[in-house]
Design a protein around this ligand. Sequence first.
Ligand SMILES: [Zn+2]
Length: 88
Amino acid sequence: MYYVPDDTERCGYYECSSCGSRFLDVRIGPQLVCPYCGEEPDMEIGPDDEMPKIVENAKLIRMIEGEDVEKYDQLLSLAVTGGDYSWI
Ligand SMILES: [Zn+2]
């Protein structure tokens, strides 16, 4: 498994509206911070600086459950390495 741990029974299938990345995540919510282009909080920021804005660009497309988790994980993993995922 590439995106989620083995034996994951349910996960979310997300697409980033900013960079177009598609991925699975065990965290399920309407939107997440994109792991590819999302900004992680800058830990070196001073206490007087403005908090960095976290942009949740990745939107939940659908829930994936059961056997589909492994299927989607494999197919999306192939997509990352250059496969064609336009069928999804
Ligand atoms: Zn992104």
